[in-house]
Write a protein that binds this ligand. Structure first.
Ligand code: SAH
Length: 213
């Protein structure tokens, strides 16, 4: 798997596009400039990797649009050593961005095909999330809670209660809420029972699917 000066050049341009769309966080932009996004998609579609677009990764799923990844990551306000839970590992690109912040990353994927693929890929790339779990993200990861941040990378019809309860006081949950279109929503846990809610622009995600069994 190759990463060349040409790819780096395309990443710098992509970072410029994100700046023009309002992304300002230096570490987020550095992550975009560093992580070889073309290696997270099928090599025959490499040409699409550095456009600001979502792209299919198999199993009817997509790698999120770079702008969306940057926007959600900004909202998390990650500090080194933060414990971050990601729902929807997918291509692993968002995971790699979180790791760039020296966060302890826990991630859950419910598509077996993608889960198997991503474990091999992380090893090959030397990415080391603390845990990659095959399961239903609606339930979160109670055995590792509480988290400083939770990021949901699929569109949820409503906030899964488990994810709220697994946040530290002061912790942040970033979740796109809605069915056809999603409003990016941030919950900050103020106390045991109190959450502050903030809404941002509208986005489009693949659906967060609940396992009914
Ligand atoms: N973070 C990914 C985004 C992938 S798209 C990336 O950067 O590539 C969203 C992912 O969420 C898909 O892989 C989908 O299979 C997964 N997903 C959907 N519902 C889920 C659930 N209940 N629990 C865990 N993962 C889920």
């Amino acid at each position: 798997m190759k990463d060349t000066y040409k790819h780096r050049g395309m990443r710098n341009k992509l970072a410029d596009v994100l700046i023009s769309k309002g992304i300002t966080h230096t570490m987020v932009l550095d992550a975009i400039r560093t992580i070889p996004r073309h290696l997270f998609i099928d090599s025959s579609f490499e040409g699409h990797a550095y456009q600001d677009k979502a792209f299919p990764i198999g199993a009817e799923q997509t790698i999120s649009q770079p702008y969306t990844v940057a926007f959600q990551t900004e909202l998390l306000e990650i500090k080194p050593n933060h414990k971050i839970l990601e729902i929807g590992t997918g291509s692993g690109y968002q995971t790699a961005v979180l790791l760039q912040f020296k966060a302890k990353v826990y991630t859950i994927e419910r598509q077996l095909e993608l889960f198997k693929k991503i474990n091999i890929f992380f090893k090959k790339m030397g990415y080391r999330p603390k845990k990659v779990i095959f399961g239903d993200g609606y339930k979160g990861m109670p055995e590792e809670a509480p988290f400083d941040g939770v990021i949901v990378t699929a569109g949820a019809p409503e906030v899964p209660k488990a994810l709220m309860s697994q946040l530290k006081i002061g912790g942040r949950l970033v979740i796109p809420l809605g069915i056809d279109e999603q409003i990016m929503t941030l919950y900050i846990r103020k106390s045991e029972k109190k959450f502050e809610k903030k809404e941002f622009g509208s986005f489009r995600f693949v659906p967060l699917l609940e396992d009914k069994n």
